[in-house]
Design a protein around this ligand. Structure first.
Ligand code: ADP
Ligand code: MG
Length: 622
């Protein structure tokens, strides 16, 4: 009985785009189908490690191409894992990969003109419809007796039938479009396979002739592999369409022996911070695939890596459990980490701009290494780059920061917050800007964690500009015009501070004059002994913390409002009406400081009423 299914809406849209995409890019359909066939063989090989009956005697994995001139069909067949009915529906009827789904959405939003050449984008199986007006997939899953036939003309729907199939695996028959007859030509097919699929480790055959080298790319000697071959292999591994940013290929000999071929991606994968995200380094043992992403092979902060490690020292039937805490795996991980960090250090030194693009994509993950990697945390810290108040559009390393520190400056100053913009506009930075002191602008969630666990960089401690008393007097102001000196004579605001303390009572820890402000009237800071403001808010958001510490309200003695308040107290301090009005302003300023901090007010309507009545009183007096 034939079942009829509609494609998921995104698939139909994708198929429309694919069918009308660039003529000259069409040949990549073959790369996609061969890549899937090779993946299917790898998957079966992997499962057969646990259950030998799955692969049976049929372990000579291969991709077989068959061109039928008379029938105008090209068939791509494999003896891999195969698909059952549910697999066919899930894999060939929807877009499972979110990267592709996002791509189709972007096209929808009218970005068609900037879209990358479709061929550079891995549209996967659906690329078959670039060259075929009908596609028939026949498949039998390993371990099952049932065969299935999936068929579609790529116009909105497909059918599924139960059929008899003698052998496990998948064959994909393309009924070529009239203008795609070139893909029946043996020379043409050989050329395309060598160009895009030479790295495939199993044979790709046409009429008994093997078209590719069928040797794993990583086993070839380093200078034998071209950049193009690396790109194709990287895309095969990542299902992506970008160029690798970095390629590392080496053979380790000595205590343990392995070959590694690793790529640093050119773009950040969408799921880099998904909790279930694994690294992308596959484990082979003497050329045989054994594990997709073994735990412990790559440190978590390097999870963006793609590639292959091929070990000589592990048993072939190594299980998942055996891999955990395995000394060989640990040694390989140390080797990988050292190589990758070394390469990053070199690239950072040789080409800061290019390193900046790497940091843009992966810096947020890298920073986890500062505290997670006990052995290499210091190296990772040196590799870290930051936006700063002096260079908001550049990536600044800590060594560069330290080289610019002012005479008398002892700490590396930073400010942390939820987003880069709010952080850059924070009033706490004013006094630092006035003295030309550079401040690191931190807005990644991970920042609070590494900073909390990092004592210093080359002996320089990290200091938050929103915490503790900023002792900026030791650091000379950048330029202090002579006549500004007398303005600076701080008026006595002690009585004002005392009244503020009284008015604010328990809602603050203290009130004091500030050195860190220049333009703003007030700001809130954390006491030396308390948790920093942003860290505390973050922990509260994640329900890790309930109580909030009280803050210190700092007043800017040079601000016109603070001076006016201080003056009115000096002149009419005994007048209870004046005291009451200044107390109201104290409460207003406190709430205002909390708003600037990004905090929620306990009682916003009280704030609004107070603001209105204070303004009204001011106008009535004027
Ligand atoms: P991707 O390869 O990136 O997952 P594709 O569109 O190329 O995306 O393929 C979709 C899915 O269809 C694959 O993930 C796989 O599960 C399944 N598939 C495709 N071709 C085969 C095949 N020859 N054998 C087994 N499964 C396949
Ligand atoms: Mg694919």
């Amino acid at each position: 009985m034939t079942e009829k299914h509609e494609f998921q809406a995104e698939v139909s849209r994708l198929l429309e785009i694919v069918a009308h995409s660039l003529y000259s890019e069409r040949q990549v359909f073959l790369r996609e189908l061969i890549s899937n066939a090779s993946d299917a063989c790898d998957k079966l090989r992997f499962l057969a490690q646990q259950d030998g009956t799955l692969a049976g005697d049929d372990t000579d994995f291969a991709v077989i191409l068959t061109a039928d001139e008379a029938g105008k069909t090209l068939t791509i067949a494999d003896n891999g894992i195969g698909m059952d009915r549910d697999d066919l529906v899930a894999n060939l009827g929807t877009i499972a990969r979110s990267g592709t789904a996002a791509f189709v959405k972007a096209l929808d939003a009218g970005q068609r003109k900037d879209m990358p050449l479709i061929g550079q984008f891995g549209v996967g199986f659906y690329s078959a419809f670039m060259v075929a007006d009908k596609v028939a997939v026949e498949s039998r899953k390993a371990g099952s007796e049932a065969g299935w036939r999936w068929e579609s003309d790529g116009k909105g729907s497909y059918t599924i039938d139960a059929i008899d199939l003698p052998k496990r695996g998948t064959s994909i028959k393309l009924h070529l479009k009239d203008d795609a007859a070139e893909f029946l030509d043996a020379d043409k097919l050989g050329e395309i396979v060598r160009r895009y699929s030479d790295h495939i480790a199993i044979p790709i055959k046409l009429a008994d002739k093997t078209l590719n080298r069928a040797s794993a790319l990583w086993t070839r000697s380093k200078n034998e592999v071209t950049p193009e071959q690396h790109t194709e292999f990287y895309r095969h591994l990542s299902h992506g369409f970008d160029e690798p940013w970095g390629t590392l290929h080496w053979r380790a000999e000595g205590k343990i022996e392995y070959t590694a071929l690793l790529y640093v991606p050119g773009i950040r994968p969408f799921d880099l911070f998904a909790p279930e995200r694994k690294h992308g380094v596959k484990l082979y043992v003497r050329r045989v695939f054994v594990n997709e992403a073994p735990e412990g092979l790559v440190p978590r902060y390097l999870r963006f890596l793609r590639g292959v490690v091929d070990s000589e020292d592990l048993p072939l039937n190594v299980s998942r459990e055996m891999l955990q805490n395995n000394p060989v795996v640990r040694l390989i991980r140390q080797g990988i980490t050292a190589r990758v960090l070394g390469e990053l250090e070199k690239r950072a030194k040789d080409d800061a701009d290019s390193y900046g693009t790497f940091w843009d994509s992966f810096g947020e993950a890298m920073k986890e290494g500062i505290f997670e990697d006990a052995e290499n945390g210091g190296r990772v810290l040196s590799l870290a780059r930051f936006r700063t108040t002096t260079a908001p559009d550049k990536w600044v390393g800590l060594a560069e920061y330290v080289s610019r520190m002012k005479p008398g400056q002892e700490a590396i100053y930073y400010i942390a917050g939820d987003d880069a913009k709010t952080v850059a506009n924070s009033p706490h930075l004013e006094g630092f800007a006035k003295r030309g002191i550079e401040v690191l602008l931190l807005s990644d969630p991970v920042d609070e964690f590494w900073i909390a666990q990092t004592a210093d960089f080359e002996g320089k401690k990290f200091a938050s500009v929103t915490r503790g008393s900023a002792d900026l007097d030791k650091i000379a102001e950048a330029e202090k015009p002579e006549d500004a000196k007398k303005d600076d004579a701080t008026p006595d605001i002690a009585p004002l501070v005392a009244l503020f303390r009284l008015a604010l009572g328990d809602s603050v820890k203290d009130v004091r004059a500030s050195q860190r402000l220049a333009e703003s009237a007030v700001c809130l800071v954390a006491d030396d002994s308390d948790m920093d403001i942003h860290l505390e808010r973050m922990l509260r958001q994640h329900k890790q913390l309930r109580a909030a510490a009280k803050r210190i309200l700092e007043l800017n003695p040079a601000h016109a409002l603070i001076q006016a308040l201080a003056r009115s107290l000096r002149e009419q301090g005994d007048n209870t009406a004046v005291q009451a009005r200044v107390s109201e302003v104290a409460k207003l300023l406190f709430d205002q400081a909390r708003i600037v901090e990004g905090d929620k007010l306990d009682d916003p309507s009280a704030f609004a009423k107070r603001l209105a009545s204070t303004l009204a009183a001011g106008f009535a007096a004027a």
